[in-house]
Design a protein. Structure first.
Length: 138
């Protein structure tokens, strides 16, 4: 698993996807940066193809009871929204913040600390609001 994480971090760094501007250009196709950046179109098509094929595999496995269905918890929508907001502020998922730390970017320690603080705060808020956050081991 560690080798995969290192390889992913290396690939993200080499591709330039630890830069907020690059991540933004992927999702906007660069339309707000002076014109379409079709260099990202292939990446988007590959991501969609991966998501669709992965979804089809999961659907097929679910039909054969390969894994039990998991309920949608009361904190799922709120957690997803907060994760998206945090990703927009960071310019990527928490993994990108860790890769930036490895790149030696000055803002990376603050970003990683923010991810950890947000995780801690989310657990405390879930308990206080009586929201079931669920977990990977449920």
């Amino acid at each position: 698993m560690g080798a995969f994480a290192l390889a992913l971090g290396y690939a993200l760094s080499r591709a330039g996807y630890t830069d907020w501007g690059e991540v933004n250009a992927v999702f906007t196709l660069g339309l707000f940066d002076g014109g379409p950046a079709f260099r990202h179109f292939r990446l988007i098509v590959m991501l969609l193809a991966g998501a669709l094929s992965g979804g089809a595999v999961l659907l097929a496995l679910a039909r054969h009871d390969a894994f039990p269905a998991r309920p949608v918890r009361s904190g799922t929508a709120l957690g997803g929204a907060l994760f998206g907001i945090g990703g927009a502020i960071l310019g990527g998922c928490p993994a990108v913040a860790i890769v930036r730390l490895g790149e030696g970017r000055p803002s990376a320690p603050l970003a990683v600390a923010s991810v950890l603080a947000g995780t801690w705060l989310a657990r405390r808020m879930a308990a206080r609001l009586r929201v079931d956050p669920g977990g990977c081991d449920d």
